[in-house]
Design a protein around this ligand. Structure first.
Ligand SMILES: Cc1ncc(COP(=O)(O)O)c(C=O)c1O
Length: 478
């Protein structure tokens, strides 16, 4: 495609049919080989990337640049200098996915640019997104009264949950309200509470047990102590898959405590673990989640969507609506029929992308089975990896898999504390230096551990075997 002429005219941004086709064709000529080569790309390569990043700072462009030149810059120079987060060797943090279908859905959604913030603007498209939310509610085991929203990720979902709990359970003067979670809870929950207006001191991180699950005895004691001080406990956050170790709190016990003993809003952060409920093992481990008042689920984790896809479900949909409804004269009339959803009445957002299409399209094209099979495979692979690690001399499994994370470290006679941690950091660096897999570490109390998280739909047995080979080889080096 020709770059626009410098002289141009005011119609220059309205591409001709031919120009649209050419643009997509040229992009696809780069995208397809790139995606196809993901397994052969280094698992992570950011050498020189800092200098590269600095070299890119530039003023607002005044002159046009031809598309091929820009695609070259992206695919040849920039993309290779990053973590290969869509590749099979990405066993770090919580892997995202990147199913291609979502990219096609985005192309359609962005090109047609219909408005889904209010029902009346595109009733049928809003219904597709409402279907996606309903499917998710079904996975969690929620009743018909549940409602929810698609967000850009788990952080925004957790934030919306905290605001919803606050607006439903506390008065406008809410600073005596206190929030409870384990010391393993994702930091987005703490951030959400702060952004929702709570001082950091109102967030109680309760110690966890040997399997990294919140200790109920300590939780009860802390609640009693706070009530005695005249504080207002109102929100309990459980984890269904912590980022550190994949630990799942005893959700049934937490739900009972929240509803029957303490009258708390019970939110479950299932951003990572939630979609594992598609499997029998996941459902068993997350029993009790259906009693939560709200649940965060991230399609860009265990539903293999690309980054930018989270969701929040609220069991009593009216509570979500109460927390977010504000009217204005310029807005169209909102729907009264509870089956017809104005998403802006349930969400902090008004104008936004038609993000439901990204999820609707692959689920309709494939049905849920391939997703379920993939997740079962990831559970198996993690158990297999843990079993193999346990056979290695000097390796201690610090957190056995509850979902698809296993955490381990090397132990050495006479080495402890910072010295042992430094040894494990070296081991991690050696494993990653081979560039077939990319692992990350974390601190569990005073212990630095290395994690393997198997969650990408592109990760299969061959890559987990490669991880084990590289761990064995690296053990010989440290
Ligand atoms: C358990 C958990 N909760 C919340 C989040 C935050 O989600 P996001 O990064 O999509 O904002 C993450 C991110 O990894 C997570 O693992």
């Amino acid at each position: 495609m020709q770059g626009a002429s410098a002289a141009g005219d005011e119609r220059e941004l309205e591409l001709s049919p031919e120009a649209m086709r050419a643009m997509v064709r040229q992009a696809m000529e780069r995208v397809v080989p790139f995606v196809e080569s993901l397994p052969r790309q280094p698992a992570a390569d950011v050498s020189g990337a800092l200098e590269l990043a600095r070299s890119l700072a530039e003023p607002l462009p005044q002159a046009p640049t031809p598309l091929p030149e820009l695609l070259d810059l992206l695919f040849r120079d920039l993309l290779p200098k990053s973590f290969n987060a869509a590749g099979p060797g990405y066993l770090a943090y919580i892997p995202g996915g990147g199913i291609f279908h979502a990219a096609v859905a985005d192309l359609i959604a962005d090109a047609v640019n219909r408005y889904v913030g209010v029902f009346i603007a595109a009733p049928a498209l809003v219904q597709l997104e409402a279907n996606v939310v309903r499917w998710f509610a079904g996975i969690v085991g929620y009743p018909e009264t549940a409602r929810g929203i698609l967000t850009t990720g788990g952080s925004l979902a957790n934030f919306t949950a905290v605001v919803t709990a606050r607006r439903n359970r506390l008065a406008d003067d809410f600073l005596r309200g206190t929030i409870y979670a384990s010391d393993q809870v994702h930091h987005s929950v703490v951030k959400a509470a702060i952004l929702a207006g709570f001082p950091e001191g109102n967030i109680r991180e309760v110690a966890s047990d040997a399997r990294f699950r919140i200790r109920l005895d300590l939780l009860r004691a802390r609640l009693a102590e706070d009530r005695a001080k005249g504080l207002e406990p109102f929100l309990l956050v459980g984890s269904a898959g912590t980022t550190n170790t994949g630990a799942v709190d005893d959700l049934a016990a937490l739900a009972a405590l929240a509803a029957e003993e303490e009258n708390l809003w019970f939110h479950v952060d299932a951003a990572y673990g939630g979609f594992l409920m598609l499997t029998e093992r996941g459902r068993e481990r997350m029993r009790g989640i259906e009693r939560a008042d709200s649940v965060t689920l991230d399609p860009h984790k265990a539903l293999f969507l690309p980054y930018g896809n989270g969701s929040l479900l609220v069991r009593d949909g009216a509570a979500l609506r109460r927390a977010h409804t504000i009217s204005a004269h310029y807005m169209p009339e909102m729907q009264e029929d509870p089956d017809l959803i104005d998403f802006c009445e349930y969400s902090p957002e008004l104008s936004r992308d038609f993000r439901g299409l990204r999820i609707w399209l692959p689920l309709k094209m494939h049905g849920i089975e391939p997703f379920r099979r993939n997740l079962d495979e990831k559970l198996d692979l993690t158990e297999w990896a843990a079993g193999e690690l346990a056979k290695l001399p000097g390796i201690e499994i610090v957190a056995a898999p509850q979902l698809t994370v296993v955490a381990f470290r090397i132990v050495k006679a006479g080495a402890a504390g910072p010295e042992l941690n430094a040894l494990n950091r070296r081991l991690l660096a050696r494993i990653n230096a081979r560039q077939r897999v990319f692992l990350t570490g974390t601190m569990l109390g005073e212990r630095f551990v290395i994690r393997i998280c198997v969650l990408s739909f592109r990760t299969h047995r061959d890559r987990v075997e490669a991880a084990l080979e590289d761990i064995r080889a690296a053990l010989g080096d440290v």
